[in-house]
Design a protein around this ligand. Structure first.
Ligand SMILES: NC(=O)c1ccc[n+]([C@@H]2O[C@H](COP(=O)([O-])OP(=O)(O)OC[C@H]3O[C@@H](n4cnc5c(N)ncnc54)[C@H](O)[C@@H]3O)[C@@H](O)[C@H]2O)c1
Length: 266
């Protein structure tokens, strides 16, 4: 039997029950990797109808093909424990893919609308919450995962940010700030002697057909007018880029953009 491209590689995906995270987990699985997902949610929690998995029910977790470990990314001890469970189960971790985040429009995770939109109106506590999840949560995973990653250019950290990390999103001040900071950290890691020779790459997607996008009720119209492609990306398209980043060592310390020709919110 021919070998799959990522045969035997071990990957941890944060936010792995989300739209992009789960598509990423399935993409790694189809390429032969051993896959673990962490998330604050559980596989039996109610799912957005915009999540492609909502009619399937995470069957690869139920069947034991994908390892699920619950962890709220804002709790450092939960992050440390989750990383240790995955590293012990797999005997190490080759790839860390950081997708866990809350959105720009409202925080479904918080169970209420958050105020972190314009620079003149945001609420400081809400700002801190978004930074804690979208920036600090990923930094916590990096801190505890790197010691389990082989010191090799075949190991990689992929930080998922957003086209908003470049600005152009004045109505989402906390989300933009957190994604811009994660982008700066993600590229800096590629020069960090404690990380090297492991690689670090940032992926900045545009609109993705996943639950976060659909928290904005005007998403479809805005994407049609606000991208030169005139459509959003499917999660599988972005997941394919993530597996490619892991497979191609020439990708190092850079920001890969997959923004559908994002202009600005229409
Ligand atoms: N959907 C888009 O249009 C879009 C565009 C650009 C970038 N992104 C980025 O892609 C990534 C995935 O987005 P998505 O659309 O799949 O969103 P999603 O909401 O489906 O997935 C995010 C996941 O993060 C998890 N999460 C949230 N808070 C958490 C916490 N405190 N602890 C642990 N897990 C937590 C959620 O439970 C969820 O499963 C995010 O980083 C997002 O910023 C999305």
């Amino acid at each position: 039997m021919s070998q799959l491209p990522l045969d035997g590689k071990r990957v941890l995906v944060t936010g792995g029950l989300g739209g992009l995270g789960w598509a990423t987990a399935l993409a790694f699985l189809s390429e032969g990797a051993r896959v673990a997902v962490t998330d604050k949610r559980t596989p039996t929690d109610p799912m957005s109808p915009h999540h492609k998995e909502h009619l399937r029910g995470y069957v690869e977790i139920v069947s034991g093909q994908i390892l699920y470990v619950q962890a709220d990314i804002t709790w450092v001890r939960e992050v440390e424990r989750a990383v240790n469970v995955v590293a012990d189960s797999f005997g190490g971790i080759d790839y860390l893919v950081l997708t866990a985040a809350v959105g720009a429009n409202l925080d479904a995770e918080a169970g209420r609308t958050i105020v972190c939109q314009s620079c003149l109106e945001y609420d400081e506590k809400d700002f801190d919450l978004v930074m804690d999840i979208n920036l600090m949560g990923s930094l916590r995973f990096i801190k505890y995962t790197v010691p389990h990653m082989p010191a090799s250019i075949e190991s990689a950290i992929v930080s998922v940010t957003s086209e908003f990390a470049d600005g152009k999103a004045p109505y989402a001040v906390a989300y933009t700030a957190a994604k811009a900071a994660l982008s700066a950290v993600g590229t800096s890691l590629a020069y960090d002697t404690q990380i090297l020779p492991r690689r670090s790459v940032v992926l900045a997607p545009g609109p993705i057909n996943a639950p976060m996008l659909h928290t904005n009720p005007k998403a479809e119209e805005e994407v049609r007018k606000g991208t030169t492609l005139g459509r959003w990306a499917e999660p599988e398209e972005i997941a394919k880029i993530i597996t490619t980043i892991c497979e191609v060592p020439a990708l190092q310390g850079t920001v890969v953009k997959a923004d559908c020709g994002f202009l600005m919110r229409a």
